[in-house]
Design a protein around this ligand. Structure first.
Ligand code: TYD
Length: 137
């Protein structure tokens, strides 16, 4: 959305069931995440010093979780930037539509799990930053 801001995004604490054999976190549609989950994907084997993202979405809601390791996500709504450090598999970052995002500082072996509200659609992306700024005006 054109008028969305970085303050509409934020960390969501997910559940964690712990026992001697480890932990389990469960993410359920419209319970832990405030959108229908149509797609799940994950980034892995990310070389050191690489960055991902560098785009905005017009309609897509996402929840991003550091399923393993850690990384930083910087959000930008065209006016304000907020950076989040994700390093906990039971915390997710909710990103609303209309936000430019950059992911970097991936630790070795990290896995970036993404839950998304829609199927992949290239026309939902804004990949040029100036175009993003114009879209937000
Ligand atoms: P992209 O979303 O640009 O990656 P990132 O934000 O992590 O840097 O996607 C990278 C490539 O993968 C691009 O060519 C589009 C393709 N892709 C799909 O085909 N389907 C998908 O669901 C996603 C997320 C990406």
């Amino acid at each position: 959305m054109k008028e969305s801001t970085v303050y509409g995004c934020g960390l969501i604490e997910l559940n964690k069931i712990h026992n001697r054999a480890g932990n389990i976190t469960i993410i359920e549609e419209n319970k832990s995440v405030p959108f229908p989950i149509e797609r799940i994907y994950y980034l892995y084997d990310i070389p050191g010093n690489e960055s991902r993202g560098g785009h905005g979405h017009k309609e897509l809601h996402q929840l991003i979780v550091a399923a393993s390791g850690s990384f930083s996500i910087t959000l930008n709504d065209g006016h304000i930037k907020r950076t989040f450090f994700l390093n906990n598999p039971n915390v997710g970052l909710l990103i609303v539509p209309g936000i430019w995002r950059e992911l970097d500082d991936f630790s070795s072996g990290s896995v970036c799990l993404v839950l998304a509200s829609h199927l992949y659609n290239e026309s939902d992306y804004i990949r040029d930053f100036q175009e993003f700024i114009n879209y937000k005006k």
